[in-house]
Design a protein. Structure first.
Length: 135
């Protein structure tokens, strides 16, 4: 309940009350799984595991890969993440086609961007990037 009382300069007062609904969000990336090996031209899944313990939420997850000059956007998706208790997660899958540049680098690191909901961004991811070496 939120109460507001206002007094004007000449002494008049007015009050109002309203019920405010507050929802807390607890959506976080907890794990990323990528193949340990891959060949140029091969498409393999990259799985991002998301935990949600409060309310079902539509979230946007973005996936990036390492390059010599930083991280490059690969893809994004929007998915409804249901509430799952007991440490259970919901997986979001990205299909990635490995390139000749990935093979030349001999290693690619994937990094998901923390999930965005329609109203706010969740806390930072609690996982380490997954690394692998293309064959």
């Amino acid at each position: 309940m939120v109460n507001l009382t206002v007094t004007t300069y000449d002494g008049r007062t007015a009050s109002t009350s309203s019920t405010a609904v507050l929802e807390s969000h607890d959506v976080a990336i907890v794990r990323i799984a990528a193949p340990q090996t891959a060949r140029a031209g091969q498409t393999r899944p990259i799985l991002v595991s998301i935990k949600n313990t409060r309310y079902p939420e539509d979230v946007q997850v973005e996936l990036y890969k390492s390059t010599p000059i930083g991280y490059e956007w690969i893809s994004d998706t929007v998915k409804t993440i249901p509430v799952r208790l007991g440490g259970r997660t919901t997986s979001v899958s990205f299909n990635y086609n490995f390139t000749a540049q990935d093979a030349r680098m001999r290693k690619v690191t994937f990094r998901p961007l923390r999930p965005f909901s329609a109203t706010r961004m969740s806390g930072p991811p609690t996982m380490k990037p997954s690394r692998f070496r293309p064959r």
